[in-house]
Design a protein around this ligand. Structure first.
Ligand SMILES: NC(=O)c1ccc[n+]([C@@H]2O[C@H](COP(=O)([O-])OP(=O)(O)OC[C@H]3O[C@@H](n4cnc5c(N)ncnc54)[C@H](OP(=O)(O)O)[C@@H]3O)[C@@H](O)[C@H]2O)c1
Length: 281
């Protein structure tokens, strides 16, 4: 799509803020319209007539969702459903973030492909994300739902202080805290800048659900060790030897569409390199 008019929701969030930085001409939907998710939002979309609606708004904290199920339903299901309806009205394409959490209850070894594994969400946030995927695609088959992995960056924006894998690990090392990870769990973890940089190509994807982010063939213990190695420290990590869940995604569907991410380990190096930050001890 050449020079699409892009509209973004959740513009103060972790992903949304970076999307706005990447697309400085994008139309930012005011927070209060997004949070109310009513007629005024639909009217705003009709007035601005975007080609792409990028939905980065959500209640993305699993614990907050569990404690506030109605608020989670409003933000994580009703909002994307309303955006799908509005996208249809103006003939726009909706790109909305889902999550690898939809695989939380899966017991297969993995890695999981979208077509081979029936997602079995094991928490409320993930159930709502899965419901949103299904309902959005029923309304707008052209919509794209991105099952994003856990993402990280260095602090830069308003929500910068929220923990992420990179900051949590660096913080633990600097404070001498114990680091515990499991040799039984697998998941990809992705540099958010790459998530945003790939969006141009996402706009041209056929409608559907996509695993979206860095693949990772290392278990979590090895993953954190690879980050520590990139940071230049031999800090010790304990193996919990316990599997809570496996969120191991196979991203070949998106690769077939020409969208490639660094591996999780290469992503750590890219991020540290971008910030000129490579030694903590
Ligand atoms: N961060 C991750 O590691 C991760 C991993 C997997 C999937 N995801 C998904 O990726 C998307 C972006 O996540 P994020 O980390 O950027 O989330 P975030 O930092 O929590 O930001 C989400 C934004 O959503 C808006 N929002 C908050 N409460 C809302 C509500 N009740 N109703 C409507 N909008 C509300 C806010 O936008 P304003 O500030 O503009 O009001 C907020 O800044 C979400 O769909 C999330 O589920 C994130």
């Amino acid at each position: 799509m050449k020079n699409p008019t892009i509209m973004i929701t959740g513009t103060h969030g972790f992903v949304g803020a970076r999307a706005v930085q990447h697309y400085p001409d994008a139309i930012c939907v005011p927070s209060e319209l997004v949070r109310a998710a009513g007629e005024a939002l639909t009217d705003f979309i009709k007035v601005h007539n975007p080609d792409i609606i990028l939905n980065a708004a959500a209640i993305s904290d699993i614990g907050v969702c569990e404690k506030n199920p109605e608020a989670s339903y409003a933000a994580n299901v009703k909002l994307p459903v309303l955006l799908a309806d509005a996208a249809n009205c103006v003939n726009a394409k909706l790109i909305s973030f889902s999550s690898d959490q939809v695989y939380t209850g899966c017991t297969e070894e993995g890695p999981y492909r979208e077509s081979d594994v029936l997602p079995t969400p094991a928490n409320l946030y993930a159930r709502h994300k899965l419901e949103a995927e299904e309902r959005v695609l029923a309304i707008s088959p052209d919509a794209v739902l991105l099952r994003a992995t856990w993402m990280y960056d260095m602090p830069m924006y308003a929500h910068a202080n929220r923990g992420n894998f990179l900051l949590n690990t660096i913080g633990a090392v600097l404070q001498g805290k114990e680091l515990c990870f499991s040799s039984e769990e697998y998941r990809g973890i992705t540099y958010v800048r790459q998530v945003v940089e790939q969006l141009d190509r996402v706009f041209d994807l056929p409608g559907g659900v996509y695993n979206y982010g860095s693949e990772n063939s290392l278990h979590m213990l090895e993953t954190v060790q690879s980050l520590l190695h990139a940071l230049g420290t031999a800090y010790r990590v304990q193996d919990t030897e316990r599997r809570r869940h496996n969120l191991w995604m196979d991203c070949s569907k998106i690769k077939q569409q020409g969208i490639y991410f660094d591996t999780t380990t290469d992503g750590f190096r890219r991020c540290l390199n971008d910030y000129g930050y490579n030694m903590i001890v």
